[in-house]
Design a protein around this ligand. Structure first.
Ligand code: PEP
Length: 257
C-alpha cells in the first residue's frame, strides 16, 4: 500500500493565485512518484481552483472539515457530498484547531460515517494536549478513538485514516516534534486500541499517520520501524521546496520497504 503525505494548508495562503502557484510547484516536484500518494487540503474557498490545477495529475484534493447533514439550514457549513462533487477525496476531521473551537468526538463520529457513506476518506485527528508521567494521555487517545469510531463497521475500517497529532507538537506554538521512539510506541498503542475494538485484521487495515512539526530533517526517522503509513504536514506544506523534500523522503522510504 502507498504511503500518504497530506498537506494541511489551514487558512493559507491569502489569495487564490498564490494557492495555485504553490499547487503547481507541488505538482512538478511530485510528478514521478510511484509509492506515495500526495493530498493537498486548501481552504474550502480554493478547493475548486486547486482541483483544476491538479487535474490530470496523481495528486488528490482534500478538505479540512465538512458538515454531516447533506443540505439545509446550517449557515456556514458545507456538506461531504458537496465537497465530493468538486473532487474532494479526503476530509480531515477533528483537527486540534477545530476541537479548540468546540468540535467533539461525537461530531467527528457523525461526519466520519457520512464520509464513509459517500466514499470520501476521513482523516481522523487524535492527540493529547499534554503528556504526563502516569500515562493518562494514553487513556485520552483511547477515548478519542473509541468515540470517534463508534459504530463503524469492521469492513469500513480500511477506508479510515487516523492522524496521530499530539497537540503540543502541532503548529507554530509547538514545543517540538515527537521523538521517533515515542511515535513508534504510539502507533503500537493505537493499533492495540483498534484491535481491542475491531479485531486484529480490521485494525491492521487502518492507516495511521503522524502530524506535528514534521519537516525534512525529521520526516525520514518517523518511518523507522514504526509501522507508520504517512504524514500530515501543516506549516511546511505551504513551501514547495520543504513539502517536496518531505514527499521525496517518504517516497524513498516507501521504495526501500
Ligand atoms: C497540522 O496542522 O496538522 C500540523 C501538523 O501542523 P504543523 O506541521 O505546522 O505542526
Amino acid at each position: 500500500m502507498k504511503k500518504i503525505v497530506i498537506g494541511n494548508w489551514k487558512m493559507n495562503p491569502e489569495k487564490v493565485d498564490e494557492a495555485k502557484k504553490i499547487a503547481s510547484g507541488i505538482v512538478k516536484v511530485c510528478k514521478n512518484l510511484k509509492k506515495t500518494e500526495v493530498v493537498i487540503c486548501p481552504p474550502t474557498l480554493f478547493i475548486s481552483a486547486i482541483a483544476e490545477t491538479l487535474q490530470k495529475t496523481k495528486i488528490s484534493i482534500g478538505a479540512q472539515d465538512a458538515f454531516y447533514e447533506p443540505k439545509g439550514a446550517y449557515t456556514g457549513s458545507v456538506s461531504v457530498a458537496m465537497l465530493k462533487r468538486i473532487g474532494v477525496k479526503y476530509i480531515i476531521l477533528g483537527h486540534s484547531e477545530r476541537r479548540e473551537l468546540g468540535e467533539t468526538d461525537e461530531l467527528v463520529n457523525k461526519k466520519l460515517k457520512v464520509c464513509l457513506k459517500n466514499k470520501v476518506t476521513p482523516v481522523v485527528c487524535v492527540g493529547e494536549k499534554v503528556r504526563d508521567a502516569h500515562g493518562y494521555y494514553l487513556a485520552f487517545i483511547k477515548k478519542e478513538i473509541e468515540h470517534s469510531l463508534a459504530g463503524v463497521k469492521r469492513k469500513d475500517l480500511k477506508d479510515v485514516v487516523i492522524a496521530y497529532e499530539p497537540v503540543w507538537a502541532v503548529g507554530s506554538k509547538a514545543l517540538k516534534a515527537i521523538e521517533a521512539s515515542d511515535l513508534s510506541e504510539m502507533v503500537i498503542y493505537i493499533k492495540r486500541t483498534l484491535t481491542d475494538l475491531f479485531g486484529p485484521a480490521a485494525a491492521q487495515s487502518v492507516r495511521i499517520l503522524y502530524g506535528g512539526s514534521v519537516n525534512k530533517e525529521n520526516a525520514g526517522e518517523f518511518f523507522n520501524g514504526s509501522g507508520l503509513s504517512g504524514l500530515l504536514v501543516g506549516r511546511d506544506s505551504l513551501d514547495v521546496k520543504k513539502f517536496g523534500d518531505i514527499v521525496l523522503l517518504t517516497e524513498e522510504v516507501a521504495s526501500i520497504k
